[in-house]
Design a protein around this ligand. Structure first.
Ligand SMILES: NC(=O)c1ccc[n+]([C@@H]2O[C@H](COP(=O)([O-])OP(=O)(O)OC[C@H]3O[C@@H](n4cnc5c(N)ncnc54)[C@H](OP(=O)(O)O)[C@@H]3O)[C@@H](O)[C@H]2O)c1
Length: 268
């Protein structure tokens, strides 16, 4: 199966490298279309596939084309591609906010899969939600899921609206975690730790808590109960969080992200 990645930036490169590392595709079957001359030269040095600068030189031979350009570049890209694509080709878009219908209409194609990955895909720890148009066959869907699985975990969602919700939870989610980490690091600094000590205390605490959670059947509440003792330090912190409605604030942030994802999808 010949794969063409369109856009060799952060995500395009992540995908190309993940597919190659997992041996799911060979270098001979991997093509990358990149408009930036400098990036194209850098990509060529990485030796992960053939790098092209013109769609007419590569799109026709692709069984699967992956759209990894910024959403604002999609209209110009579709304009360039629409006379070159074939309805039998499968398209995977990871562009935030660009609806399946917008792609099928702009290109006159039918087989479109839309996915929302996140940044930890760079280290094979990503979370990707994906969905597809009705014309994508089960075999094509499994083939694409296998590719996405090389970057982490995946979940198939029936309704496209769930991609917006996944954008608000897992797509933007790593930034929420880093925000919490940074806040705790700031507290550690105020308590007298050096920057590197604060980073170590916080990052290892997050890593340990997440590992413990993922290796057990206990819920977050049950783990919280295990750390808390009546009248103790953790209870004091959690009482402060509750009084300050921190949980509500975190939920409101995710809801704001969802509203923005929906807005982007309507072109606002
Ligand atoms: N980064 C994330 O965490 C993340 C997470 C989920 C989804 N996404 C989605 O992934 C997509 C790519 O994001 P990114 O961070 O990888 O962007 P990026 O680093 O800017 O990469 C996009 C690349 O595509 C090139 N390009 C633009 N139009 C092109 C065209 N017509 N033909 C060939 N190459 C073209 C750009 O060239 P120029 O440099 O010349 O513009 C750039 O090198 C976005 O749509 C984003 O919504 C990203």
């Amino acid at each position: 199966m010949k794969i063409l990645i369109i856009g060799g930036g952060n995500m395009g490169l992540t995908y190309a490298q993940s597919f190659q590392r997992s041996h799911i595709t060979s270098k001979e079957d991997m093509m990358i279309l990149e408009r930036s001359e400098q990036k194209a030269a850098e990509l060529a040095l990485k030796d992960i596939g053939t790098v092209y600068s013109r769609p007419e030189d590569c799109i026709e031979s692709a069984d699967l084309a992956i759209f990894a350009v910024k959403p604002q570049d999609s209209a110009a890209l579709f304009e360039n591609l629409k006379k070159l694509v074939d309805p039998q080709q499968v398209f995977l878009s990871i562009m935030a906010g660009i609806r399946i219908q917008a792609i099928t209409e702009a290109l006159g194609v039918r087989k479109v899969i839309r996915a929302m990955p996140n940044l930890p895909a760079q280290i094979g720890m990503g979370m990707t939600a994906f969905t597809s148009s009705d014309d994508v066959t089960r075999i094509e869907l499994v083939m694409v899921q296998n590719l996405l699985n090389t970057t982490g975990k995946t979940v198939y969602v029936e309704k496209e609206e769930a991609i917006d919700a996944a954008t608000a939870i897992s797509g933007s989610g790593p930034a929420y975690v880093w925000f919490f980490m940074k806040s705790l690091m700031d507290a550690a600094r105020e308590m007298g730790f050096s920057y590197s000590e604060a980073e170590l205390l916080v990052s290892q605490t997050f890593r340990g808590a997440i590992e413990l959670f993922s290796k057990s059947d206990l819920s977050c509440e049950q783990w919280i109960d295990k750390v808390c003792s009546r009248g103790g330090t953790t209870e004091a912190a959690l009482a402060s969080y509750r009084q300050n409605l921190v949980r509500d604030d975190i939920m409101a942030g995710a809801v704001a992200a969802l509203a923005r994802a929906v807005e982007l999808g309507t072109g606002s």
